[in-house]
Write a protein that binds this ligand. Structure first.
Ligand code: M6R
Length: 362
């Protein structure tokens, strides 16, 4: 049931505020962050390895920034198809964490089995609780996204981010790198996030508008720095997947090491840049693009729009949220751009060619 929407994907994008608020209440109690038994003891590990495929991998990649920044815990992230055959050494004190919406992705399951008997503990973050990956973990944490039908993952991504952020916060408190007060502040910001996401849905028409232009492009670049770098990847993956437009993501700082050669007026460049601690740097990369005739779509907040919006080809202004929460909010532009571009192109949004919802063969 599409609940009145044209596509499952549109419904699942729109559901995110309510699904997230449910997911939050499953983990956040009056006393802090509570995990199902047997929980995770972050004081017992000195390294975390996170492995997944596709969008779930980009959730892990985002979480690496969170774990390292908040909990000072070294994190390695990898795509499952590489990890499983590389025979990576897993030292004692390493916990392995697998993220999968379906819980049945063949490469992710094989990577998990590789870690059995090597990693200190095996954890998973899944949507389907009765899945193989959940069954074979010491602890499986549900993301509570509800059934996701669209092949392009949307609400599962934000719900994966939600659980991973909560884990990073829990790790930070246990490892003594975050005070109880700081935790409470972030949790209270998180509680208002569903409302903010709801408000951000108002930008839907702006994304639909600019997507008509994107749908004429052959190639699109996505740029971001820090927490917005994994998001740039997620935006590019979404766009490729359902609109069949070639899209690539780069860390803004990598631009001049090659990709800037691609820039001309035919290649739109989507820049995710809330006015965070790295904003000025991203803006200078944006100016380099514009100096070469590139058309920049800047997705930022009002402070960012004021500082740099006038220079861009188009600017879409998102609500302001604390830096640490920006990935959860900027997932929305990544999804809406892909969705509306695909609609403008008339592709099969929910069942894009050549793709399956769950990849159970390698
Ligand atoms: O079920 P999983 O989360 O393990 O699936 C992983 C990827 O196949 C999946 O995220 C894929 O990249 C999506 N179609 C992206 O939208």
């Amino acid at each position: 049931d599409k609940g009145g929407y044209k596509h499952f994907m549109a419904k699942e994008i729109a559901e995110q505020p309510s699904v997230l608020s449910n997911a939050l209440s499953a983990y956040v109690t009056e006393h802090g962050i509570a995990l199902p038994d047997p929980g995770i003891d972050f004081t017992k590990i000195d390294r975390l390895v996170m492995v997944a495929c596709g969008t779930a991998y980009y959730a892990c990649f985002t979480a690496k920034y969170w774990f390292e920044r908040l909990a000072k815990l070294p994190v390695e992230v990898d795509i499952a198809s590489e990890f499983r055959y590389r025979e990576p050494p897993i030292s004692k004190g390493t916990a392995a964490l697998f993220v999968s919406q379906s819980g049945e992705t063949a490469d992710t399951l094989a990577a998990l089995r590789y870690c059995e008997g090597k990693a200190d503990k095996i954890y998973s973050v899944v949507n389907v609780q009765e899945s193989s990956i959940a069954r074979e973990s010491d602890l499986a944490l549900p993301i509570h996204a509800g059934a996701e039908i669209g092949v392009a993952s949307t609400k599962a991504f934000t719900c994966q981010l939600n659980v991973l952020l909560l884990l990073a916060l829990k790790a930070a408190v246990e490892r003594g790198t975050l005070s109880q007060e700081e935790l409470e502040q972030i949790l209270s910001d998180l509680r208002s996030l569903p409302g903010t996401l709801n408000a951000a849905m108002d930008r839907d028409a702006d994304f639909a508008n600019v997507s008509k232009k994107l749908s004429e492009a052959r190639d699109v670049l996505f740029l971001g720095r820090g927490l917005m770098y994994p998001l740039a990847h997620e935006g590019a993956l979404k766009l490729k997947e359902i609109s069949y437009i070639h899209a690539e993501a780069y860390a803004s700082g990598e631009l001049k090491h090659g990709p800037i050669a691609l820039i001309d007026k035919h290649v739109p460049v989507v820049v995710f840049a809330p006015k965070d601690s790295l904003f000025e740097k991203t803006v200078s990369n944006m100016q380099e693009v514009m100096a070469r005739g590139g058309r920049v779509l800047l997705v930022t907040d009002s402070a960012g729009a004021e500082a740099a919006g006038a220079e861009a080809w188009r600017t879409i202004t998102m609500p302001q949220v604390p830096e640490i929460l920006t990935p959860l909010l900027y997932a929305l532009p990544a999804q809406l751009l892909a969705y509306h571009t695909a609609v403008a192109k008339g592709t099969d949004v929910d069942q894009p060619r050549n793709l399956a919802k769950s990849v159970t063969v390698e």
